[in-house]
Ligand binder design. Structure first.
Ligand SMILES: *[C@@H]1O[C@H](CO)[C@@H](O)[C@H](O)[C@H]1NC(C)=O
Ligand SMILES: *[C@@H]1O[C@H](CO)[C@@H](O)[C@H](O)[C@H]1NC(C)=O
Ligand SMILES: *[C@@H]1O[C@H](CO)[C@@H](O)[C@H](O)[C@H]1NC(C)=O
Length: 473
């Protein structure tokens, strides 16, 4: 902790004077200072509260500082508005190296308040036995010895567990009991990572992940019961911390897809359900929630940023500003880079062509509106870029590789952790056009086929993730 603090202080003056690269931030109330996650809380607090601009205010040659809104100015290429390649070196000063599961040195003592900082600090992450078993079985089926060994190593990388049916909730009790025992024996407390994912009329703008509850058939009450059951399990293990991603896609659907009848119908119910979820989880005192916020190619389009910020902020405030809502999760189950070397051509027209640009654009607007703008970013399947035909393609993208390993050394103070939210190898959706949950995206040319039902194991896709992993396994 001390060493990195000194390192931060040492790089600070140089960073402040530097020019911002093309696409970098060059003005606004809050600049997301590149730093390690060990940055002192007081500094992060000061930034968020006072909104001073810590970053550079001039742009690299060939780009011009352009005001997007009062909170955010960006170095855009002087010639055109979007896309393009060029010498894009997005501001980084650190190389992520530390695996979350082994970072224990800077554990805060005593119980942490939600404002105290990154929930991952000082904890180890529980490895879900279900995913480890899937991976072990998959590896057993691989003949090439090198690939097999690489595949097996994935069983040691923490992922989130999706609680996508009420029937799975008792498993959480098992995991928490296990994690509690592990924490006691190692002396380092554990985190169990979960995805809360069982809204009625779920996945209202697509078909692949239709849920078990329908609004027309008592869906809201069923959902409240699902949350109550999660709460009942977590309550038994106050010594285990839970990090929860709340309802992937749902709020983003309310930002951009209200023209879809099913989404319009679901709006009130989604809001009531998500509000109930964050309020009930908040009462427990050991659950840190991140609301799902889509990804750069969805809410990161400039026209969607402000409506998205308004939705998150109003939901949060109407829920009573629950103190354990820590921020937002982005790129969940998607394929975007956190920091692309160059913009993927499919992102053309959106200056926020990767997750860090999206976060840098959205975070300050949220902070200023009083929403806690901390992020976790899924990089589980983001190892290979420039393989999609359209940015909206999300289903079993052919040629994908495992991405950056989970870490709290993210290089950005706004990002609590890089995580693996989608367990790589579990299918996004079936390519069988006769299946009830068929979604056309899963049969596109850039979708790996034949693909089984969503959530079931997709061996060939997993093997590709292993062989194309970047960094390599
Ligand atoms: C494992 O390999 C066997 C024999 O090739 C095959 O029948 C089976 O479907 C494979 N299992 C998986 C999960 O791929
Ligand atoms: C939902 O919104 C996204 C983003 O605007 C759009 O790309 C997608 O086509 C919409 N889905 C439907 C089914 O309209
Ligand atoms: C596709 O789905 C239909 C309907 O469920 C089923 O009858 C058929 O066997 C499936 N085809 C394949 C190749 O799985």
């Amino acid at each position: 902790m001390f060493t990195s603090l000194l390192a931060l202080v040492a790089i600070l003056p140089a960073f402040v004077k530097a020019q911002s690269p093309i696409w970098g931030q060059c003005g606004g109330k809050l600049s997301l200072l590149a730093s390690t996650m060990n940055a002192p809380y007081s500094l992060r607090h000061l930034q968020a509260k006072d909104g001073f601009l810590a970053g550079p205010t001039t742009c690299a040659s060939g780009s011009t500082c352009t005001v997007s809104n009062p909170y955010y100015s960006q170095c855009l290429p002087s010639s055109a508005g979007g896309g393009g390649g060029g010498t894009t070196t997005v501001g980084t000063t650190t190389t992520p190296t530390t695996t979350i599961g082994t970072t224990t040195a800077s554990a805060p003592t005593g119980s942490q308040t939600p404002d105290a900082g990154n929930p991952y600090l000082g904890h180890n992450i529980y490895l879900t036995p279900f995913y480890a078993a899937e991976v072990t079985a998959a590896a057993a089926n691989i003949t090439d010895a090198t690939t097999k060994a690489k595949a097996l190593s994935v069983a040691k990388i923490p992922t989130f567990t999706w609680f996508d049916t009420v029937a799975k909730v008792p498993d959480l009790g098992t995991y928490l009991a296990d994690a509690s025992a592990q924490g006691k024996s190692s002396g380092t407390p554990m985190i169990v990572q979960i995805i809360v994912y069982d809204l009625p009329d779920r996945d209202c703008a697509a078909a692949a992940s239709n849920g078990e509850f329908s609004i027309a058939n008592n869906g809201q009450a069923n959902y409240f019961n699902y949350i109550d059951q999660l709460v009942a399990q977590i309550q038994k293990f106050p010594d285990v911390r839970v990090v929860a991603i709340i309802e992937p896609d749902s709020l983003a659907n309310l930002v951009t897809n209200l023209s879809v009848q099913k989404c319009a119908n679901a709006q009130t119910t989604y809001l009531a359900c998500v509000t109930y979820a964050i309020q009930q989880l908040n009462k427990l005192g050991n659950v840190y929630s991140y609301l799902d916020a889509g990804h750069a190619g969805w809410l990161g389009w400039p026209a969607n940023l402000s409506p998205a910020a308004q939705l998150f902020t109003s939901l949060y405030k109407n829920a009573g500003s629950p103190s354990f809502v820590r921020g937002l999760a982005t790129n969940v189950a998607n394929y975007n880079a956190l920091q692309a070397a160059t913009p993927d051509p499919i992102t053309q027209g959106n200056p926020n062509y990767d997750e860090i640009h999206y976060i840098n654009a959205l975070g300050p607007v949220l902070s200023s509106a009083g929403f806690p703008a901390h992020f976790i970013v899924d990089q589980g399947r983001s190892g290979v870029q420039n393989i999609r035909q359209q940015w909206g393609d999300w289903c079993n993208v052919k040629g994908s590789g495992f991405g950056q390993r989970p870490t709290i050394n993210t290089g950005f103070s706004a990002i609590d952790a890089v995580v693996w939210a989608k367990p790589g190898g579990e299918c996004d959706g079936t390519s069988n056009s006769s299946a009830a949950r068929f979604d056309f995206h899963c049969a596109l040319a850039d979708a790996d086929q034949p693909a089984p039902e969503a959530g079931t194991w997709f061996q060939e896709f997993f093997v590709t993730l292993v062989t194309k992993a970047n960094p390599p396994l």
